[in-house]
Design a protein around this ligand. Structure first.
Ligand code: TYD
Length: 207
């Protein structure tokens, strides 16, 4: 049986993760690979309920409660979906994982990033992806992309520019700390160039 692989995509809102996840999925399927495409928050039925709270609750949520909700979604997602898929030999392509919590709840909401990471590691029994693609983008450019799409902002997207600057810096720091897991790409590069760079990294990890 082919070896499983777990790939996560990270980056600010509007950085193009979904487009790249779709292109990677199409390429892997065309090569006969079995793919699980998923996301956090909201990759499971329980996760959809949690996603609705963290993204659409109309009032404030205490930062530690928000961190716990993302961690709860993650615990259930990894246990019931990601780990079994990986064990079956699937390639898991996942939009966001624990690095998003460290960046958004840690740097964004100003909680301790190490505590946030440890919380997620506890929640998932220490599960870490094989490859994490970081699509790095200036939040001002990302905001222009989001404004161009006629979709209301969720609770995180609606945060101030300074919040998104801290999130970006935190993602870059995470990537610098784990260079063997991360592939950092400039998200202003053309879509097909980004896709080719991601394919190359994934192909190397699969071989
Ligand atoms: P996403 O699914 O990328 O949003 P969209 O459907 O609009 O593309 O992510 C939802 C939001 O959740 C995003 O603003 C980042 C935030 N988030 C956290 O704050 N912490 C986390 O741990 C995760 C996974 C996401």
């Amino acid at each position: 049986m082919s070896r499983g692989l777990w790939v996560t995509l990270e980056g600010g809102d509007g950085s193009g993760k979904t487009t790249q996840a779709t292109l990677l999925e199409e390429w892997l399927r065309s090569r006969g690979r079995s793919v699980l495409r998923t996301r956090e928050p909201g990759g499971t039925a329980v996760g959809v309920l949690i996603r609705n709270i963290v993204l659409h609750h109309p009032g404030d949520i205490a930062p530690r409660a928000e961190a716990l909700l993302y961690a709860a979604d993650r615990a259930h997602h990894v246990e019931t979906l990601v780990r079994p898929a990986r064990e079956r030999g699937d390639v898991v392509i996942q939009d966001r994982y624990l690095d998003s919590s460290v960046a958004y709840q840690g740097a964004g909401r100003v909680l301790d990033g190490n505590e946030i990471r440890d919380l997620s590691l506890w929640a998932t029994g220490g599960a870490l992806p094989d490859v994490t693609v970081l699509l790095d983008l200036d939040p001002a450019v990302a905001r222009g992309r989001l404004d161009a799409v006629d979709k209301p902002f969720d609770r995180l997207e609606a945060e101030q520019a300074a919040f998104h600057e801290r999130v970006r810096a935190a993602f870059l720091a995470l990537a610098a700390a784990e260079p063997e897991r991360f592939l950092v790409l400039d998200a202003t590069r053309p879509v097909d160039e980004l896709a080719a760079a991601i394919r190359e990294r994934v192909a190397a990890a699969l071989s």
